[in-house]
Design a protein around this ligand. Structure first.
Ligand code: NAP
Length: 408
């Protein structure tokens, strides 16, 4: 990805403006940006997450994070680098949701930390994982094996981690109902997922349950409320047993409590609105037709486009976003004649640069980014990693401006 972006950014027709927030409290609004260009494409993804809103959350002092926060934390995202994630006091962690992000979180928690120490994962996360006492990770799904949202390759990677024991619960859940059998029969991905789990049942335990790490995949369980101790620390997750009614999970009124010290909610990302663009609150996207933004009354907003998760919601892998971008570009070509002042020369990047300068904002250019990139790689060589990321924006800007002393 870095190579692709670098090639693109070096094209003389491209100007990169980094560290510039569009919309309040940033230095430029979307409508101003639109006045500088004939067309604008919004590709800002999904920066927030769907919340479970469990009873007990307000009493909790620590131990509850969204999977997005956790992923940002181990990737060194500046907004999450100081999260007080405590893996030393946690023995049991639950991850709610059965998508690929939930698998990613479980894999980070269960994988030997040494393997991460030679990747570009953030050092604060590697240090926390080195000291981790997490022995059990519970993945919680409100529906059954035929409805799991993860994909077979990612599941296999998790199940094949060295030395972990895996249990799929409740016992017998892989004996699918006739309706689920039909669902699996007609969907190759789902069939592979169930096959991978069925194969696993025949596998002997990888080691002693009391010393080895264990992964529990719970189906037909819905998070209900949180249990916390007198100091406000998370001590358990109360789950309601569920059953399928058609394709929906419905509660059975039976409950059980899972003792845990940390909970990651992984039930999907959520995009945020941008001032000056319409937003469909229910679907969490900017309404559009093949990337062309349309208003609530389905009227085309000429010259405004979207692509990626802000266009279609938080689904799909990198490859999905490639074809999605092609779809938007095709639409832009079709709609070109409708762009506002298409025959006028717009101020473009030069105009934007002057506006930002007048407002006291000094953007990070691509050459600046290359300095940050080089510094991160240099820091990485000192510790045997491909790069040691800066986790503070101030540090990054300092390196770009040449006013930062390289430090570990
Ligand atoms: P996701 O695939 O949409 O999975 C969300 C999970 O949360 C589902 O299991 C869903 O269950 C569950 N859920 C939703 N609301 C719930 C609730 N109220 N209570 C309990 N469970 C609830 O989302 P994701 O894992 O965030 O992934 C986002 C996208 O990124 C996906 O397309 C994923 O494949 C992709 N991704 C790919 C990779 C990779 O390829 N390696 C890595 C990361 C992410 P229901 O089905 O019952 O609603």
């Amino acid at each position: 990805m870095i190579n692709q972006f670098t090639a693109l950014a070096r094209d003389p027709r491209v100007t990169f403006f980094g560290n510039v927030r569009v919309g309040s409290p940033g230095p430029v609004s979307l409508s101003e940006l639109r006045s500088y260009y004939n067309a604008v494409v919004l590709a800002y993804g999904a920066e927030s997450d769907r919340r479970l809103g469990l009873a007990g959350e307000s009493r909790l002092e620590s131990g509850l994070y969204s999977a997005r926060e956790f992923v940002w934390w181990y990737n060194g995202h500046p907004s999450a680098s100081t999260l007080p994630i405590d893996l030393k006091s946690a023995k049991s962690v639950a991850v709610c949701g059965l998508g690929n992000v939930a698998l990613d979180c479980a894999r980070i928690l269960l994988r030997p930390w040494e393997e991460l120490s030679t990747t570009d994962a953030a050092s604060h996360a590697i240090n926390a994982l080195r000291e981790s006492n997490v022995k059990q990770v519970h993945l919680i799904g409100r529906r059954g094996p035929a409805q799991a949202a993860f994909t077979p390759k990612e599941l296999r990677e998790l199940l094949n981690l060295p030395g972990i024991n895996v249990r799929i619960l409740p016992d017998g859940c892989l004996n699918l109902s006739p309706a689920c059998q039909e669902e699996v029969r007609t969907n190759r991905v789902k069939r592979r997922i169930v096959e991978v789990m069925q194969k696993l049942l025949a596998r002997p335990n990888q080691g002693d349950e009391s010393t080895n790490r264990s992964l529990y995949i719970h189906f037909y369980r819905s998070p209900h409320d949180l249990v916390c101790d007198s100091t406000g620390k998370l001590s358990g997750l109360r789950l309601e047993r569920t059953m399928l009614a058609g394709n929906r999970a419905v509660g059975t009124g039976e409950f059980e409590t899972l003792p845990i010290q940390m909970l990651l909610t992984s039930i999907g990302y959520k995009s945020l609105p941008m001032e000056g663009a319409p937003f469909d609150e229910k679907r969490g996207i900017i309404p559009n037709v093949h990337g062309q933004v349309v208003t609530e009354t389905d009227t085309v907003d000429p010259g405004l486009f979207v692509c990626g998760w802000i266009k279609r919601g938080p689904t799909g892998i990198i490859g999905t976003n490639l074809t999605d971008a092609e779809d938007t570009v095709e639409m832009m070509v079709k709609q070109k004649a409708t762009f506002p002042s298409i025959h006028a020369v717009k101020p473009g990047g030069e105009g934007l640069a002057s506006l930002l300068q007048a407002r006291g904002c000094s953007p990070i250019s691509f050459a600046d980014w290359e300095k940050i990139d080089a510094a991160e790689k240099e820091r990485g060589t000192l510790v045997g990693k491909p790069r040691e990321k800066f986790t503070s924006i101030l540090d990054m800007v300092g390196v770009a401006r040449g006013s930062h002393q390289l430090r570990q």
